[in-house]
Design a protein around this ligand. Structure first.
Ligand SMILES: Cc1cc2nc3c(=O)[nH]c(=O)nc-3n(C[C@H](O)[C@H](O)[C@H](O)COP(=O)(O)OP(=O)(O)OC[C@H]3O[C@@H](n4cnc5c(N)ncnc54)[C@H](O)[C@@H]3O)c2cc1C
Length: 399
């Protein structure tokens, strides 16, 4: 068995498979990355090391083999995956969990002049860039492209750290008619309320037409000068899917049945963001974990000639943080809001990492201790003890 991609879906799948399956797990990067909290690197409330754990240690502890290589192509008919150093790896069944890649929608200059927001190292680089701009005593103008979950969380973190700075400007560009259009409108209204007296300008129904060094052109014919441009515009499918014939068109996610089996190749399963189910799930870490687990179970059943099981997704509230100003827990159409809800997002972070990083070594314990200590000091205590949060307790209102 092969697992290609070892983040949420792939790692969860690997850890659920017993050692006798002899699974080889591929990823070009050495560390698992907890992406739902990477926006906190912008305010530097989290350090990169708190959001990572080493794959080799975790995977070997589960009795499998970690190969730090990118898979370039899968030939499902022959049952072979080829790594980027040209080595072939035969398989009877394989799980593809490669997530997505940054999507700049072909905007000229965007790849070169904006900072992507998709990994720990990218967000750490943004955090350092912001710090150097603010430390120089300049009046920086920062542009965030994208008003979805990532863009809003990025904005919140910049405001957490720098909103009391005397001089700065923030622009957020969103092509849709409102912010966070996957959430009820009340969230967008509340975010605007928190920004009402801050130098933040929201440009909705606006898209970026071109980008140059420190400048970008908008569909409204306006041009903005910017000291930093952060791109959170969205994700698209990894080229491996098309190259391996797991989808028909470029930029398409891999179509799977409700059992997570590829619609094209029965010996290939797809989980996490890369999979397109008949009723598509939102691209969220908790669904990646659920689909990873279900796909691993079905891979085993496929090899044992047993009937495959349909995925029964269990929805969870979507947690959106807006720096230290607000956290939202979104249950379908109902939204709870309150800074003290930050503890919920923090609890999800600890729970998931302690499940995945359960290698049981001294290093694991040290990492867990650092995560807890840092969260307690920088996030949980300030949120729980802030005057405005206490004043609102039982604390949380329904928007
Ligand atoms: C900034 C940000 C904020 C987010 N916030 C939240 C949130 O608050 N809540 C939430 O639930 N979700 C959130 N998400 C979404 C969540 O992170 C994703 O849904 C989740 O990471 C998907 O997991 P995955 O395992 O499918 O893919 P990924 O986590 O993207 O992992 C894919 C892995 O595959 C590897 N890979 C890629 N190509 C190859 C190849 N050819 N060969 C081998 N390996 C390969 C990559 O290196 C990577 O490790 C956020 C995402 C981002 C970027």
């Amino acid at each position: 068995m092969l697992i290609i991609g070892a983040n949420f879906a792939g790692l969860k799948a690997a850890l659920s498979l017993p050692p006798y399956h002899c699974v080889s797990v591929f990823d070009p990067q050495p560390d698992f990355e907890y992406l739902p909290n990477i926006h906190e690197l912008l305010s530097q409330i989290k350090k990169p090391s708190l959001l990572r754990c080493p794959r080799q240690q975790v995977i070997e502890k589960a009795g499998h083999r970690f190969i730090q290589q990118r898979i370039e192509q899968i030939d499902a008919d022959k049952g072979i995956a080829v790594s980027d150093d040209g080595r072939p790896y035969p398989f009877e069944a394989c799980l593809v969990a490669v997530g997505g890649i940054n999507n700049t929608y072909g905007v000229p200059g965007a790849e070169r002049f904006s900072m992507p927001f998709k990994s720990v190292s990218q967000c750490h680089a943004i955090g350092l860039r912001l710090m150097s701009l603010f430390q120089k005593g300049l009046s920086p103008t920062i542009v965030i492209v994208g008003g979805g979950l990532e863009g809003i969380e990025a904005l919140g973190e910049i405001l957490r750290r720098y909103r009391h700075h005397p001089n700065y400007r923030l622009h957020l560009i969103e092509s849709g008619s409102r912010l966070l259009n996957q959430a009820p409108e009340a969230v967008a209204t509340d975010i605007r309320y928190h920004c009402r007296s801050l130098p933040v300008k929201f440009h909705t129904r606006t898209h970026v037409k071109w980008m140059e060094h420190s400048r970008l052109g908008l569909s409204t014919e306006k041009t903005l000068n910017a000291d930093a441009i952060i791109w959170t515009g969205g994700a698209t499918a990894a080229p491996l899917l098309r190259k391996s014939g797991l989808c028909q068109k470029a930029n398409q996610w891999a179509p799977v049945s409700e059992t997570l089996q590829s619609r094209i190749y029965p010996n290939v399963f797809v989980a996490g963001d890369a999979a397109e189910l008949p009723s598509p799930l939102s691209k969220q870490a908790y669904y990646a974990l659920q689909t990873g687990l279900a796909a691993a179970k079905n891979m085993r059943r496929y090899l044992e000639n047993k009937p495959l099981l349909k995925l029964r997704p269990s929805p969870k509230p979507m947690l959106v943080s807006f720096g230290d100003l607000q956290t939202y827990a979104i249950f379908g159409k109902t939204v709870l809001a309150g800074p003290s809800l930050a503890g919920l997002k923090e609890a999800a972070f600890h729970r998931t990492l302690s499940e995945l990083d359960a290698s049981g070594t001294m290093h694991t314990l040290i990492r867990a201790y650092h995560r807890y200590a840092s969260s307690l000091k920088d996030l949980i205590l300030p949120a729980a003890l802030s005057f405005s949060a206490l004043r609102r307790l039982p604390g949380v209102r329904i928007l």
